[in-house]
Design a protein around this ligand. Structure first.
Ligand code: ARG
Length: 473
């Protein structure tokens, strides 16, 4: 061991892969600050998959012999096994998962292993790994969105004639069927699935072969690598290939928006499960207790779904801020793309599964919902529309019914009584005020009544089926 391989205390100094140009090893502080192994270890499987494709390509174009190819592939198998069963020994010099895998392959396959990185840079390698990760995990998130839609649709179908107040400004506005309300969330999630699908299509580009930034003098075949890894296409421009993180930004946006949808559902679950609303009772498995107040059953799942949306929005804005000042091509700032992406997909995925379970097991309380909806004033729009049918201009009808509602409130007289004093309203008017009648009158396409809801349920079932085609279930 040469003196410059010895630390002052006699410990063997670890050499980074790029040691050739340097006469002195890196400081501990540098290693601790610049390493990414602590969070990119989870890319190991993708890194190995990328290396296998790269090695096959190198052999195909004559840069590796058959024997060398076999030796490296066998070493990669062994590294994969060691990483899976936890026997892989990381070294202090392993900056990131790429260097760790390459170091071990070289230990196992000797001179052949030292050829693994031929024509490749960690810059195109890491971009590849992250795209492979996103392809798998993005689809998994989409699958979980689909699972939540499935439960919403099932519960909407079961809700049959149950209705509740629809709100604007959180003030009771017009009654809606519970199924209609649940499907409103279904369609927001349907757009999320579509969004994930589109962004994963755009991300379906192999960057391998871009090298550090400019390609290579060696006869590499990026198309072969792309096909080998199942990508739709390869990069068009090597500078773009290594500096592009649009796919991460798009995934962070899709995750943030999905989480915003979960947050809005979460907010309703919190409201609905309060004593004040009493529309929803959480199952024990999806409610939490209080450490001090024995009577409490709290909607923590819904609150965490709501709260995490803030963090995911932060991940998106954080990455965009990181990207905005970067000159082409790779800059180490880009290493910061991974933690937000991993956290966004992990968090969103877990929230989806938890909310799916919560909604599958929660109990709706139709009596409370319907009692809240059956206040006569929530049929005010229907009374005005009856006048419109009788030829009264809408603005005038609005004023007439508004005045009846005001008098009812001021004089403490039931609206039903006052309605009979309006000569332009026929006997239909009283029927409209009967409990549960107003929602029956929502008949227009996409509306909140039974007739349009039946069609909507069919559409929603069709949409889920279509999604399953893409999700491969
Ligand atoms: N750990 C790095 C990252 O995550 C890998 C690429 C490093 N490339 C480099 N030239 N230092 O981005």
């Amino acid at each position: 061991m040469s003196p410059d391989e010895m630390k002052p205390d006699g410990i063997k100094e670890a050499k980074p892969l790029w040691h050739g140009r340097f006469s002195e090893g890196p400081s501990d502080e540098l290693m601790r600050f610049t390493e990414s192994l602590s969070f990119d270890e989870r890319l190991a499987g993708d890194d190995i998959a990328g290396s296998r494709a790269h090695v096959r390509m190198l052999a195909r174009v004559g840069l590796l012999t058959k024997e060398e190819e076999k030796a490296i592939l066998a070493a990669l198998d062994r590294v994969e096994a060691e990483l899976t069963d936890g026997t892989f020994g990381f070294e202090p010099s392993d900056e990131d998962i790429h260097t760790a895998v390459e170091r071990r392959v070289t230990e196992l396959a000797g001179d052949a292993g030292a050829k693994l990185h031929t024509g490749r840079s960690r810059n195109d390698q890491v971009a590849l790994d992250l795209r492979l990760y996103l392809r798998r995990e993005g689809r998994a998130v989409a699958q979980r969105i689909h699972g939540l839609q499935d439960v919403l649709l099932r519960r909407a179908g079961e809700a049959e004639t149950v209705y509740l107040p629809g709100y604007t400004h959180l003030q009771r506005a017009q009654p809606v069927l519970l199924g209609h309300h649940l499907l409103a969330h279904f369609w927001a999630l349907a757009r999320d699935v579509e969004r994930w699908r589109e962004l994963l299509d755009r991300a379906d580009v192999s960057p391998l072969g871009a090298g550090a930034l400019a390609g290579s003098s060696l006869p590499l075949d990026p198309d072969f690598v792309a096909a080998e890894l199942g990508f739709a296409r390869r990069f068009e421009n090597s500078l773009d290939a290594v500096s592009d993180r649009d796919f991460v930004a798009e995934a962070l946006f899709a995750a943030a928006l999905t989480q915003v949808h979960l947050s809005r559902m979460g907010e309703e679950i919190v409201l609905w499960s309060s004593d004040e609303f009493g529309f929803l009772v959480l199952s024990d498995a999806y409610a939490t207790g209080s450490s001090m107040l024995p009577q409490k059953r709290n909607p923590d799942v819904a609150e965490l779904a709501r709260g995490s949306a803030g963090r995911l929005i932060g991940h998106l804005t954080g990455l965009l801020a990181t990207l905005k000042g970067l000159p082409l091509a790779y800059n180490r700032d880009l290493q910061g793309d991974k933690e937000p992406l991993f956290d966004a997909l992990d968090t969103c995925g877990r929230a989806l599964v938890a909310l799916t379970g919560l909604l599958a097991t929660a109990e709706f309380v139709p009596e409370r919902m319907q009692a809240a909806a059956d206040v006569p004033a929530s049929a005010a729009a229907d009374l005005a529309e009856l006048l419109v049918e009788a030829g009264v201009p809408f603005r005038e009808a609005h004023a007439a019914i508004g005045s009846l509602v005001r008098q009812a409130a001021e004089r403490g007289v039931p609206l039903e009584e006052l309605v009979m004093t309006e000569p332009r309203l026929g006997p239909d008017a009283l029927a409209v005020l009967e409990p549960g009648q107003a929602v029956q009158r929502r008949t227009t396409p996409g509306g909140a009544g039974p007739k349009p809801l039946k069609r909507q349920l069919t559409e929603a079932r069709g949409r889920l089926k279509e999604q399953r085609g893409w999700l491969g279930r």
